[in-house]
Design a protein around this ligand. Structure first.
Ligand SMILES: [Zn+2]
Length: 239
């Protein structure tokens, strides 16, 4: 905070808690200097942070007169929390200064560092999505792909994908970690888990019943799969 911002914050807290008012001009200046010193590396406002709101919360909830540390400590806790959630990945398209052919990687490291500093200072929101290369989400993708079985090289699989639309669609969903209707049985047509929904066709000649695979799953199965997926995501986050 700049001295100006600290002075504004002090005026605000004195307004909220009149016990903080000082009659003595010299004492007020000393206090301003002390607060400026202790809050020099705390921003007035940042992503998800407002020093005035923090001060107000302290005054509203604590019987003790507010100290600079009642603002700086929450800031450092907030910053640590943000950095814990920040995954440190960014869109290369947003960094045209990085030459993709630069083998040293210096520009990339510099950009990552600059981004971390910007997030730490609250100038930039943290990137909290999880890349699917590590962590529980990636483990989940591995688990689902393993459950689907892998008995042929990926190149062959890709060639065959056009001839195996259901299988290819399931693999795509698993790789993107999205709900898959074939993970649950269908309560409408009773298609078991792993098999597509089916429609009934009655032969008008002999009234024989035949089943054919439907291209689209029954809506209730889509709902069940979404609920199943949500439950599993919850377990993943809880684990
Ligand atoms: Zn069905």
């Amino acid at each position: 905070m700049t001295p100006r911002e600290v002075a504004a914050l002090l005026a605000y807290v004195v307004g909220l808690d009149p016990r903080l008012a000082l009659d003595d001009q010299a004492a007020a200046e000393d206090r301003l200097a002390q607060w400026c010193d202790l809050l020099s590396d705390v921003p007035a406002q940042a992503h998800g942070w407002d020093a005035a709101r923090t001060a107000r919360e302290h005054i509203a909830s604590s019987p003790y007169r507010i100290q600079p540390s009642d603002v700086s400590r929450p800031w450092f806790a907030h910053r640590a929390d943000v950095m814990r959630r920040h995954v440190g990945t960014f869109e290369p398209t947003e960094h045209p200064e990085i030459d993709p052919d630069d083998e040293t990687g210096d520009a990339f490291v510099a950009a990552l560092r600059a981004e971390r500093l910007a997030v730490a200072a609250g100038r930039q929101a943290p990137v909290t999505h999880r890349a699917l290369t590590s962590g529980p989400a990636a483990a989940e993708v591995e688990r689902r792909l393993a459950a689907l079985g892998d008995y042929m090289p990926k190149t062959v699989r890709d060639l065959l994908a056009a001839h195996r639309p259901h299988r290819a669609a399931r693999e795509r969903l698993a790789a993107a970690n999205l709900p898959d209707v074939l993970d649950v049985p269908c309560t409408w047509c009773l298609a078991p888990q792993g098999e597509p929904c089916r429609g009934r066709r009655i032969n008008p000649g002999n009234h024989a019943i035949a089943y054919r695979a439907r291209k689209d799953p029954h809506p209730c199965r889509v709902e069940d799969a979404a609920a199943h997926y949500a439950r599993r995501q919850e377990q993943e986050t809880a684990a």
